[in-house]
Design a protein around this ligand. Structure first.
Ligand code: A3P
Length: 331
């Protein structure tokens, strides 16, 4: 099934109008392909370009996530870690003190899907990024090119769902979304049917989880490997998680750096409190036109219960549990 999916990427332009359509989950119309619901433009323009135009490099690091699972935080941490020689975390003019993390680490497929430029111009911009390139994606694992080093972040689906709904509500004006027709109950039902951006969420996670198990410990340079991180674990032990991630990215912290407190300094620079103070994250908009402040809310585990009833929470847990049992996988 995975192979079939790859072969179909080249002819997506003709295929997309024939695929099942879902328009009830804002902000974008979704189409179903390869078992996932993805924005129409991502399928039509993004995915083919990622395969035909994007040229991966062995030093690239791809940050992957289901939406609202901690992507912004991961982007900040990975960017600050990869470029700490040029931009020490203590620098007053550090890019993360001036720009939104989404403007420091671009989304691979979203650039190709939504830029006014053609695919070659988008690819040329990616070529200019300083090595090691840090890029991000919401694509499922089965949609990615081979031989990429991937850091995946997974989050409690209930929190990802509530965070998504609140994000859409906060940015509804800039996204042109009418919230009257998108109550939380509707978002919940669509989520449980998997009919949402990147959904089904559990399938997104399971693909990366299985890939992380398959390739663990066998990879040499250039071989695809997935590091599977959990948002909740990162909240508990940000320093430990960051050390693991740096090692996986090929830029482990030296003992001397650890003694100087570089790891803690990066964690601090990328903390919710610090990022919330940045002007671009308060009053700015990202390059894609989304309110910068919409990406920073509470940043805790379990906040779903402030917005959903226990019954709504159970509905999510039950569907995820059932689907995982059918697949015979757990993460
Ligand atoms: P909440 O809405 O639960 O607060 P994404 O970055 O994938 O869009 O996910 C957004 C979620 O990550 C939001 O969760 C947001 O508050 C949280 N987040 C953003 N920056 C963070 C940071 N520096 N540390 C921890 N969580 C962060």
């Amino acid at each position: 099934e995975e192979k079939q999916c790859l072969a179909s990427f080249a002819k997506m332009a003709e295929l997309v109008p024939t695929l099942p359509l879902e328009t009830r989950c804002p902000p974008l119309p979704l189409r179903q392909h390869g078992g996932f619901w993805l924005p129409e433009a991502t399928l039509r323009r993004g995915v083919p370009a990622v395969h035909a135009v994007f040229a991966p490099r062995p030093t690239d690091v791809l940050l992957a996530s289901y939406p609202k699972s901690g992507t912004t935080w991961l982007k900040a941490l990975a960017f600050a870690t990869a470029h700490r020689a040029v931009h020490p975390p203590s620098a007053h003019d550090h890019p993360l003190r001036r720009r939104n993390p989404h403007d420091c680490v671009p989304f691979l497929e979203i650039g190709f899907a939504f830029a006014d430029d053609d695919a070659d111009a988008v690819a040329a911009k990616l070529e200019e990024l300083p090595a090691p390139r840090v890029l991000a994606t919401h694509l499922p694992f089965s949609f990615l090119p081979e031989r990429l080093r991937v850091v995946y972040i997974c989050r409690d689906p209930k929190d990802a769902l509530v965070s998504f709904w609140l994000f859409i509500r906060k940015s509804s004006e800039s996204l042109g979304v009418d919230m009257e027709s998108f109550p939380l109950q509707e978002a919940l039902e669509l989520f449980c049917e998997g009919r949402c951006f990147g959904g089904p969420q559990w399938r997104h996670v399971v693909e990366y989880w299985e890939a992380s198990r398959r390739r663990r410990g066998t990879g040499g340079a250039g071989e695809q490997q997935v590091l599977f991180l959990r948002y909740e674990e990162m909240l508990r032990d940000a320093v430990g998680s960051l050390k693991t991630m740096a090692e996986f990215m090929g830029c482990a912290f030296s003992r001397e750096e650890e003694e100087r407190g570089v790891v803690e300094a990066i964690v601090e620079l990328c903390s919710m409190e610090k990022l919330k103070e940045v002007e671009a994250n308060r009053n700015g908009r990202t390059g894609l036109g989304v309110r910068g402040d919409a990406f920073f809310r509470k940043g805790v585990a379990g906040d779903w219960s402030s917005h959903m009833t226990p019954e709504m929470g159970k509905m999510v847990d039950q569907v995820v549990e059932d689907e995982l049992r059918v697949r015979g996988s757990a993460f």
